[in-house]
Write a protein that binds this ligand. Structure first.
Ligand SMILES: [Zn+2]
Length: 277
């Protein structure tokens, strides 16, 4: 397995591999990581660092994977708060009272595709396997957020929704927000049919020619990452404050779980981020 990237680091601690983004690593007040398949205990299509409880893997293996991943990447297992994703755009603000939800205790609210906090010691956890992870950090107001943007969440502008919530609830100025559009299926691999293409083509305010390509015979390529970048720019983020990871999950399916590459027989990846205590 060869890993190549200009803007995403592959780090190893105790045999656990995880990705980090220099644009976030340089922010002292947070810790962040994006998981890989490397260093867990799960078998078969979940091999080996599966962090998803809902795809048929042995829950004890998944919990052990969380322990291993947290220890390696520097997160407290008891501080995790998970999303409960269903491709909508609902954003949940969480605090210490919510720690454990979706991991060490049952989830309590359905339909949560994005999480925000300003409390140190609360680790946000969101789930992926080709969909786009959006990382947000405001170093001025000390607020962080994670969002899951599949094609539906992207078109419905979950990224814009997060920025609006950061403004309204925490007083953030969009021009202060640092964002990373993380590893996801790239424009190299994300082929769609006409109905999905038309959803993207309808985002005329974002100039769809920059993120859609016609292949012919009712097939198109869509660039989820570029679409999200344009949505964040539209929401007031500065171009210099947005990094797009050049890592495609499908091109790197030995390293990362890819729904498309595996025809759905797969485990799950997570993004994690917390404000340090
Ligand atoms: Zn690709």
């Amino acid at each position: 397995m060869v890993f190549k990237s200009k803007n995403t680091d592959l780090n190893f601690v105790d045999g656990v591999g995880f990705l980090q983004f220099p644009a976030l690593t340089e922010l002292d007040f947070i810790n962040h990581a994006f998981s890989t398949r490397i260093g867990g205990v799960s078998e078969c299509e979940y091999k080996s660092m599966n962090l998803n409880f809902t795809r048929g893997d042995d829950p004890e293996c998944v919990m052990e994977n969380y322990r291993l991943f947290c220890r390696a990447a520097g997160f407290d297992l008891n501080s995790l708060v998970s999303s409960h994703q269903d491709h909508n755009t609902n954003v949940r603000c969480v605090s210490k009272a919510n720690c454990g939800i979706g991991i060490t205790r049952e989830h309590d609210i359905d339909s949560v595709d994005a999480l925000i906090t300003n409390e140190p010691g609360v680790t946000l956890v969101t789930h992926y396997a080709d969909c786009t992870p959006l990382f947000f950090a405001d170093p001025e107001k000390k607020v962080i957020a994670l969002a899951h943007a599949g094609w539906k969440g992207t078109v419905a502008k979950i990224g814009e929704n997060v920025v609006e919530q950061m403004q309204e609830k925490y007083g953030c100025d969009p021009s202060d927000i640092i964002a990373v559009v993380g590893p996801a299926i790239g424009s190299c691999c994300y082929e769609v049919d006409t109905p999905v293409y038309e959803e993207f083509a309808s985002l005329t305010e974002l100039k769809p020619a920059y993120f859609t390509k016609t292949l012919g015979h009712g097939k198109y390529l869509v660039d989820l990452k570029e679409t999200n970048r344009r949505i964040l720019m539209d929401a007031g983020l500065l171009s210099i404050n947005i990094t797009i990871s050049d890592v495609c999950t499908k091109c790197n399916s030995g390293l990362l779980f890819s729904h498309r590459a595996s025809n759905g027989k797969r485990g799950g990846l997570v993004a994690m981020m917390c404000i340090k205590e």
